[in-house]
Write a protein that binds this ligand. Structure first.
Ligand SMILES: [Zn+2]
Length: 259
């Protein structure tokens, strides 16, 4: 191996130096930021439309440790949006299919798979050891469970949802001044266990756009950077081609982060 050009590069191989060169050129990242990403541990709940995009970009960026939670198998009707999975993988477990795609993209990335549905008796064990959690799930019971667990464990949660042509995104960063997920959605909506895509359809690229934004927020969190989305909700209307963001307020009577 040839001598490294600068002390900053000392920990990175020649191969990694080339692979991540465009990351390191970003002033806010550099090789110090790249080292943070390599040491980073991000859990993604759901290897579907949101999670596919988020996971691929996190692995590509060089996040060293990814966790994938999904208790389903790949179905043909998933493939119009769940770009982690391939036609030949129909019938395969999604968590395993995701891990294979991610390590093929970046062999430096270690992937832990959780082939299960999150439940009150396993959620704490699953999030254990991760620094940032992405909610890329498709149902409210999982969203509420994850939001509560992450808030209580002090873990930042990047939550996204997409249906039809629309998506939304927020960051719930535990702290006395910050609103949590349930400040926005206090109670589970009725009939919320049905995945939205099953009932209403979804454009794959819209889910992908939101998943990409989740990856951006997770990468910033690993760099220790704050984001407006800690206190705002970002909404995307793919049909109109419009982004909007609105303030989120901390609810004094919030069932999760209130007194
Ligand atoms: Zn709250």
């Amino acid at each position: 191996m040839s001598p490294k050009p600068r002390a900053d590069f000392a920990d990175f191989s020649e191969e990694e130096t080339q692979r991540y060169s465009r990351n390191a050129l970003l002033a806010e990242v550099g090789w110090e930021g790249q080292a943070r990403w390599r040491a980073g541990k991000v859990l993604v709940v759901g290897a579907g439309g949101l999670g596919s995009a988020a996971l691929l970009y996190l692995a590509a960026a060089g996040v060293g440790r990814l966790g994938v939670v999904d208790g389903d198998a790949v179905e043909l009707s998933n493939l119009q949006r769940q770009i982690l999975h391939r036609s030949a993988g129909v019938g395969r477990r999604k968590a395993a299919s995701a891990a294979a795609s991610l390590t093929a993209l970046n062999p430096h990335c270690r992937v832990a798979t959780f082939d299960l549905r999150l439940a009150p008796d396993n959620v704490r064990d699953v999030v254990q050891g991760f620094e940032v959690v992405l909610d890329a799930s498709d149902n409210f019971p999982t969203r509420f469970l994850l939001a509560e667990c992450c808030w209580r464990q002090g873990l930042p949660l990047v939550s996204a949802a997409a249906t039809g042509w629309h998506g939304q995104l927020l960051v719930a960063a535990p702290g006395p001044a910050n609103p949590c997920y349930r400040c926005l959605v206090p109670e589970t909506p009725p009939a919320a266990a049905v995945p939205a895509s099953t009932a209403a359809g979804i454009l794959g690229a819209v889910a992908g756009a939101l998943g990409c934004l989740q990856a951006v927020e997770a990468l910033k969190l690993l760099l220790g950077r704050d984001s407006d989305l800690t206190r705002r909700l970002l909404a995307y209307d793919g049909l109109q081609g419009r982004f909007q963001s609105v303030d989120r307020v901390k609810r004094p009577d919030c069932p999760l982060c209130g007194p």
